[in-house]
Write a protein that binds this ligand. Structure first.
Ligand SMILES: Cc1ncc(COP(=O)(O)O)c(C=O)c1O
Length: 380
C-alpha cells in the first residue's frame, strides 16, 4: 500500500525511518535475546530517553516520566493532587473532554469546584478573566495548549504568569502542540505537562511522557505506586523515588520507548523553530485554499493558529466526505462535540472535519485536497 497524503497528524502522524528502525531493531532483539535481556542490552539508550525529552521541553532529565499516552501522564499528575471540598480548579472552554471528566469526578467525589474562564474576542482563554477568577481556594489551573478540535493556541505563557502571581499549580496539556510548536517549560512556568508520542512528535502509538517540575515532585504522591516508583523498606514503610519516575510503572513497552526517543531526536535535529515555521505556512495555505470553496466554513479560533485546520459545511454529511477523501488516500478526522462540549456546543457545532498538516505535507497535496473537496461538493 502506498503512503497516504496524511492530513491527520493531530490523530497520528507517519513515523520517520529512524523511529521505525529503532522499534523494529528492538523487537528483533527481544525475539533473539528475550525481553528482559534485550532491555538490559538497551540500558544506556533507554536512559537517554529522559535526556532527549528534557532537551525538547527545556527541563532536567529527572523531571521526566515515561507513560503509555498523554491521558495517563495527565492523570498521574492530576490525581496526585490533594484536592478537598471547596478547592477550585480553573480551566478554559476548550478543555479536552477526558480532562474535564476527571474534574467532574473530583467535583462529585470531593466537592471540588470547577471554574471555566471565558474566552477573549479571539476565542482563546481570556487571561484578564483568568486573573479575576482567582480565588483564595484556587489550587490548580489546568488548560489544554492546543485543543483537539481546532487551530487555536491558548496563551500558555500568560497563563503561567497568572499561576505564578497567585502561587497556584499549573497543569498544561500539550498533546496537540508538542512537536509542532517550540515549548520551553521554564518560559511557560507550568508545574506539569503531558505529551503524547504519536501525534506531532511522529513517535509510536502507545507512548507519551509527563513533566513534573522538581519543586513539586516531593509534595506530589502518585495515585498508585509499585516497586518501580517506590521501595518497600523495613518496618512496613515505603520510600518514593525522588525524581519524576515515581509516576511510572515497572513494565513498559521498551521498543516503543526507544521509538519515542528516536522521534524526539529527529525533531530536535530538524529544529522546532523550523518545523513550526513550515507548519504555519502550510496551514495558512490550506486555510486559504479552503476559504475559496463555496459552502466551506473555516472554524478555527485563536489569534495565532497552528497546523490543525477545522471546517464544516452545512450541506454535506461529514462522514461521507471523510470516506471520499480516504478513498483518494487523504486522511482526516471528524471532531465530535463530545470531545470538547464546552467549546463546540457554545458555537452550535455538532461535528467538524479536522485536517492537520505537518512539515512533510506539501502545497501540491494541499491543492489536491482542496480539489477533492470541490469535486465531492459538486457530486452531492
Ligand atoms: C488535547 C488532547 N489531550 C489529550 C489527548 C489524549 O491523548 P492520548 O490519546 O495520547 O492519551 C488528546 C487526544 O487526541 C488530545 O487531543
Amino acid at each position: 500500500m502506498s503512503a497516504r497524503n496524511t492530513s491527520n497528524n493531530a490523530g497520528a502522524s507517519l513515523s520517520p525511518k529512524p523511529v521505525l528502525d529503532a522499534l523494529k531493531r528492538h523487537i528483533d532483539l527481544e525475539s533473539i535475546m528475550g525481553g528482559y535481556e534485550a532491555a538490559e542490552h538497551a540500558k544506556d539508550a533507554l536512559a537517554g530517553f529522559y535526556d532527549v525529552a528534557a532537551q525538547l521541553i527545556g527541563c532536567a532529565a529527572s523531571e521526566i516520566a515515561f507513560s503509555e499516552n498523554a491521558t495517563r501522564a495527565w492523570d498521574m499528575a492530576f490525581y496526585s493532587l490533594q484536592l478537598n471540598e471547596g478547592d477550585r480548579i480553573v480551566t478554559s472552554k476548550s478543555e479536552y473532554a477526558s480532562n474535564y471528566l476527571a474534574f467532574l469526578q473530583r467535583a462529585k467525589q470531593r466537592g471540588v469546584v470547577i471554574d471555566v474562564v471565558p474566552d477573549d474576542a479571539y476565542g482563546q482563554m481570556d487571561t484578564d478573566a483568568l486573573r479575576k477568577s482567582m480565588h483564595p481556594r484556587t489550587k490548580l489551573i489546568a488548560i489544554t495548549h492546543v485543543p483537539t478540535q481546532g487551530g487555536l493556541i491558548n496563551p500558555a505563557v500568560e497563563v503561567g504568569k497568572v499561576a505564578k502571581e497567585h502561587e497556584v499549580l499549573y497543569l498544561l496539556d500539550t498533546t496537540q502542540s508538542l512537536g509542532q510548536i517550540p515549548i520551553d517549560v521554564r518560559t511557560i512556568g507550568c508545574d506539569f505537562l503531558c505529551a503524547t508520542g504519536r501525534k506531532y512528535l511522529r513517535g509510536p502509538r502507545g507512548t507519551g511522557f509527563l513533566y513534573v517540575n522538581e519543586k513539586v515532585i516531593d509534595p506530589c504522591a502518585p495515585p498508585f505506586i509499585d516497586l518501580h516508583s517506590a521501595t518497600w523498606q523495613a518496618d512496613n514503610k515505603y520510600l518514593l523515588k525522588d525524581n519524576a519516575t515515581r509516576f511510572e510503572t515497572w513494565e513498559q513497552n521498551i521498543a516503543a520507548k526507544l521509538g519515542l526517543k528516536a522521534a524526539i531526536e529527529y525533531a530536535l535535529e530538524l529544529g522546532l523553530p523550523a518545523i513550526w515555521q513550515r507548519i504555519q505556512t502550510l496551514a495558512t495555505n490550506l486555510r486559504h485554499a479552503l476559504s475559496d470553496i463555496p459552502g466551506i466554513i473555516l472554524q478555527d479560533l485563536g489569534l495565532h493558529k497552528c497546523g490543525i485546520v477545522t471546517f464544516s459545511c452545512n450541506k454535506i454529511n461529514l462522514q461521507a466526505l471523510q470516506q471520499y477523501l480516504s478513498a483518494q488516500h487523504m486522511n482526516v478526522s471528524i471532531s465530535l462535540q463530545e470531545y470538547a462540549p464546552l467549546d463546540l456546543a457554545s458555537r452550535g457545532i455538532t461535528a467538524l472535519i479536522r485536517a492537520s498538516v505537518h512539515y512533510y505535507n506539501t502545497d501540491v497535496e494541499i491543492s489536491k485536497f482542496a480539489a477533492a473537496i470541490v469535486t465531492f461538493l459538486k457530486k452531492t
